[in-house]
Design a protein around this ligand. Structure first.
Ligand SMILES: [Zn+2]
Length: 302
């Protein structure tokens, strides 16, 4: 009984020290997620958490969000883009009224996701060149706080998807042939077209279209824990010029277009690895069904 009274007296009389800022909290959560011994590494801060209900609540909330994200990473990585992960985290914090602002802000930050900054300071540097509506500052502030956890998440989800089998559905759209990637449901049967070799991943090799099929192959080269360069190769027997063909990739509400070189390869310098299993690739296969394959009309002027 006396012990409990002593504890209470100490809590009421001893200063708990300065509150822990968001940077420190994120750093501690990240360390804990990585399996570090936070009681030793952050002894002073953990002692503060033991005495300060405010900081303890903030730490617990950040930790539980991070744990949820990382624990479900394999499933989540297949179902979501990194942008969606951040949207979900922010909406959980800011609530329904902020939903539109959250989506807009996250859509304005696409560059952050290919190479996510690991610290709030790096987040500020990355944000320096991005113009954002001032009304979204609350969202940006919250995003900044979740960044360390998100960096851990992105690296984990990228590791979980790298080299895994993908399914490919093909369709014809007004823009050309379209390949929609989806995570393969299981890995019981080896998928020959999808194999991992270290930092190079051959995602797929497909023939699409009739009567002379296009051959499409997609390779990724890992650049970092979360980002890769993507090479889409498009060719067809008898094709006079493999160059100048538009290839568009889409992921997480973002679209990028590149043009094939003389070898038929369109290069995308930086794509988030976590986005690869749900990538959509559209190849403009229509633009050269015209002129030079048509027989010349008699009497046509040149
Ligand atoms: Zn505190």
């Amino acid at each position: 009984m006396n012990d409990q009274l002593d504890d209470l007296r100490r809590m009421l009389t001893e200063p708990a020290g300065p509150h822990l800022d968001d940077e420190k909290l994120a750093e501690m959560v990240t360390a804990e997620l990585s399996g570090e011994d936070v009681d030793v590494l952050y002894a002073t801060e953990m002692a503060h958490l033991g005495r300060c209900p405010n900081c303890a609540a903030a730490y617990e909330e950040l930790a539980s969000l991070s744990f949820t994200a990382v624990a479900g990473m394999a499933a989540a990585a297949y179902a979501m883009t990194p942008q969606q992960v951040l949207v979900d985290l922010l909406q959980a914090e800011l609530g329904e009224p902020a939903a539109a602002a959250v989506s807009e802000t996250v859509a304005a930050l696409p560059l952050l996701f290919a190479q996510p900054p690991a610290t709030p300071e790096a987040f500020d540097v990355a944000l320096a060149g991005v113009s954002l509506p001032p009304t979204q500052s609350a969202v940006v502030a919250a995003a900044r706080r979740y960044l360390a956890a998100l960096a851990v998440y992105l690296a984990s989800s990228a590791a979980a998807v790298w080299g895994r089998a993908v399914d490919v559905q093909t369709a014809v759209s007004p823009q050309g042939h379209q390949l929609q990637l989806q995570p393969a449901p299981g890995t019981a049967v080896p998928v020959l077209s999808s194999a991992e070799t270290g930092d190079a991943w051959h995602l797929l090799s497909r023939r699409v279209g009739q009567p002379v099929a296009w051959h499409v192959s997609v390779r990724a080269a890992r650049l970092s824990a979360t980002g890769c360069a993507l090479m889409v190769h498009v060719d067809r027997p008898g094709l006079a010029n493999a160059g100048d063909r538009q290839v568009t990739i889409a992921y997480g509400g973002r679209e990028e277009t590149a043009v094939t070189d003389a070898n038929g390869t369109a290069a995308f310098p930086l794509v988030p690895i976590a986005a690869l299993p749900t990538l959509q690739v559209t190849i403009d296969t229509f633009s050269d069904t015209l002129p030079d394959t048509l027989p010349e009309q008699p009497g046509q002027q040149r």
